[in-house]
Design a protein around this ligand. Structure first.
Ligand code: NAD
Length: 270
């Protein structure tokens, strides 16, 4: 059985942990050549080693890049094209949730700027250089390859829901990711470039679990989760795989929720 991303090339940001780690392994298992980028390059290199061991038929590499720096993202996209000859999938996934991110009164400007630079500007750079590369993708009908590609931007359930446990900069950055992705999806629809946001619910990854570091904090959220549990990073990776593959060929501009029903919830079951 050919993999769902056979012959395709993917670049995944924040590939060293959580959603990025699981997506890197999953995309490679489906036949994609993958370039993993992370500021924590050691973490990305560990994931790349696993890929090389488990999936020797795919090409993979890991490089250090800070998504908030335009030159890093340009270099990473250039590297993917150099290694794989094309870029079919860009997963702009890296993001931070800063412990000092708070409400309108307490959040410092430096925290706001840092969060926006990584969570929003980083996604813009990723879209910009992926679009430029995808326009030049050669078509090879025998391998199911075509010009264009799929860009997936990680937003969050907090982009569409309010929370009385505020992280103002984070929430604002993720709302902007949704708006930006929708607009880019319309601009590039006729070039065969699809752009979708993925909106994870609260997950058992370091990003959230480091923040919810007491039972009380976790229970405060748990009561609102329709399925009575936090999500797993692999469950988001599976959603991203669908958006990355040609199975979602008529889907662009969506806010794709993988949130265990949270954004549809008024009252949870007992
Ligand atoms: P994680 O902390 O487990 O992994 C994030 C990775 O991104 C880390 O490896 C980190 O080193 C990397 N990273 C951070 N800043 C970077 C930068 N400037 N450049 C390159 N890499 C950088 O987080 P996760 O839970 O896997 O989150 C991934 C994405 O999902 C984030 O955008 C996050 O906001 C979003 N999200 C997470 C949750 C959740 O509950 N975990 C919920 C909704 C949305």
């Amino acid at each position: 059985m050919p993999g769902r991303l056979q012959h395709k090339a993917a670049l995944i940001t924040g590939a060293g942990s959580g959603i990025g780690l699981e997506s890197s392994l999953l995309f490679a298992s489906e036949g994609a050549n993958v370039l993993l980028i992370d500021v924590n390059v050691q973490a990305a290199e560990k994931v790349q080693k696993l890929i090389a061991e488990r999936y020797p038929n795919v090409k993979s590499a890991a490089i250090k890049a800070d998504v908030s720096k335009e030159s890093d993202i340009k270099a990473a996209v250039d590297k993917a094209v150099e290694l794989f000859g094309r870029l079919d999938v860009m997963f702009n996934n890296a993001g931070i949730m800063h412990p000092e991110d708070d409400n309108a009164l307490n959040t410092e400007e430096r925290i706001w700027d840092l969060t926006m630079n990584i969570n929003l500007k980083g996604v813009w750079w990723g879209c910009k250089y992926a679009i430029l590369a995808m326009r030049n993708n050669p078509t090879d009908a025998s391998k199911g390859l075509h010009t264009g590609g799929s860009i997936i931007n990680t937003a969050s359930f907090v982009a569409i829901m309010g929370a009385a446990t505020p992280q103002l900069a984070y929430t604002a950055s993720k709302g902007a990711v949704l708006a930006m992705t929708r607009e880019l999806a319309m601009v590039h629809a006729r070039e065969g470039i699809r752009l979708n946001s993925i909106c994870p619910g609260p997950l058992k990854t370091p990003l959230l679990m480091d923040f919810l570091n007491t039972t009380e904090k976790r229970e405060r959220r748990m009561v609102h989760l329709p399925m009575g549990r936090f999500g797993e990073a692999i469950e988001i990776a599976q959603g991203a795989l669908f958006l990355a593959s040609d199975e979602s060929s008529y889907i662009t501009g969506t806010d794709f929720a993988v949130d265990g029903g949270l954004s549809s919830c008024y009252v949870t079951a007992t």
